[in-house]
Design a binder for this molecule. Structure first.
Ligand SMILES: Cc1ncc(COP(=O)(O)O)c(C=O)c1O
Length: 385
């Protein structure tokens, strides 16, 4: 079989789209101005940033002034949680879930060390947050609920509309990490009462190192960086004009994709691939089949180690992962899969495939055969049998 090159790790990152790169390039060279400068060079950069802000806001039906540009999703999560905590020191209880991204979990742990109480809500076997438990945890001191929209490992979609309603009824702030859903699923800030929402460009064919936090008008945050007071005082530092323009362009393209057929086509080919993979002996699907983002597959193969499988597939030109890119160096079982109730052994046998484009029939065939063959080989030499 001739080796193909197939990228199946879109949840880790995506390439910068050609149109996005073309939009960015002038801002590295001839349009290099500092957006805070008063002269024409500065005004040109400012104008580009404000246009990008409108485009980003447009994806979620927010107002442009509710978008604060950051260095990415991690910073957006930190600013949302820690920034809100610093601005409201009288309330010291936070509710989050057991399956959040480390950018949320580690921020919560930092706050715990500073005297905060954090409740980690469990998920069911499909990876959906237990809403009854969430509501039971709410107390007078509860400041914030932070629950991600789409999980980066298993792709499950949380009922954020219901969570937002619960938070609104109890007068609590609601933050959602939408890094994996922004520009992929329809989101309307006029219809869902989310207070804070994290965004990252590089999951969306935009550049790495740029993102944004949506901050609903009237929500008070304290900045985490001291400096010149850029971004309405919430994020000091000379704006990354080219990056922001890239996020704006990626947002504009994503809006068209949401209403077009591209995502539906990805889903169709994802379903075909998943169907084929589920025919392999000793496989299980991790996470909900229905409440799942259109491009995600996460499966566990009995009796093998996911890392070994990823390396074998890499040799066959297939790029995928065991779970999140950030935990892949730790060799610890995924906290997300353990929260679903998988044993450590089952969690170690996981494989995540996330599509950036619709796959061809040939590619589906190639990936299925490569996985089947690799799983067979690994099982033959597995110490877990
Ligand atoms: C759900 C989620 N939150 C936050 C992040 C962090 O985003 P960034 O890489 O832009 O810092 C990621 C990236 O992997 C993610 O998947």
């Amino acid at each position: 079989m001739k080796t193909k090159k197939i990228y199946l790790d879109a949840a880790a990152t995506t390439p910068v789209a050609r149109e996005v790169l073309d939009a960015m390039l002038p801002y590295f060279s001839e349009r290099f101005g500092n957006a805070s400068s008063l002269h024409a060079f500065g005004r040109e950069a400012r104008e580009a940033i404000e246009k990008a802000r409108e485009k980003v806001a447009g994806v979620i039906n927010a107002k442009p002034e509710e978008i604060v540009f950051t260095s990415g999703g991690t910073e957006a999560d930190n600013l949302a949680i820690e920034g809100l905590a610093l601005a409201h020191p009288d309330k010291k209880h936070i509710i989050t879930s057991a399956i959040e991204h480390p950018a949320v979990l580690e921020t919560c742990k930092t706050l715990e060390k500073q005297g905060y109480d954090v409740s980690y809500i469990p998920v069911d076997s499909e990876g959906i947050v237990d809403l009854d438990r969430l509501e039971q945890e709410i107390r007078d001191e509860t400041l914030l609920v932070s629950i991600m929209h789409i999980n980066n490992e298993i792709g499950t979609i949380q009922p954020i509309k219901k969570i937002a309603k619960i938070c609104q009824e109890h007068g609590i702030y609601f933050h959602t990490d939408a890094v994996q859903s922004f520009g992929k699923l329809k989101l309307d800030m006029k219809k869902i009462k989310v207070d804070l929402l994290s965004i990252s460009a590089h999951k969306l064919f935009g550049p790495k190192g740029v993102g944004a936090l949506y901050v609903r008008n009237g929500v008070k945050l304290k900045a985490l960086l001291s400096g010149g007071g850029h971004e309405q005082g919430l994020r000091s530092g000379t704006e990354n004009t080219a990056g922001i323009v890239g996020l704006g362009k990626a947002s504009e393209i994503a809006v068209k994709k949401i209403s077009g057929n591209e995502y539906k086509n990805i889903e169709k080919t994802r379903n075909k691939l998943l169907e084929r993979l589920l025919e392999i002996q000793g496989v299980r699907l991790n996470g909900s089949k229905e409440k799942r983002i259109f491009n995600n597959i996460n499966v566990s193969f009995q009796g093998i180690e996911g890392e070994a499988l990823v390396l074998m597939l890499d040799k066959k030109g297939i790029a995928c992962s065991t779970g999140s890119a950030c935990s892949s160096h730790k060799l610890e079982p995924s906290h997300v899969l353990l929260a679903l109730g998988l044993s450590e052994l089952e969690a170690h046998g996981s494989l995540r495939l996330t599509l950036a484009y619709p796959l061809t029939e040939d590619e589906i065939e190639y990936v299925t055969s490569a996985i089947e063959e690799s799983v067979r080989k690994l099982r033959r030499i597995s110490p877990f049998k």
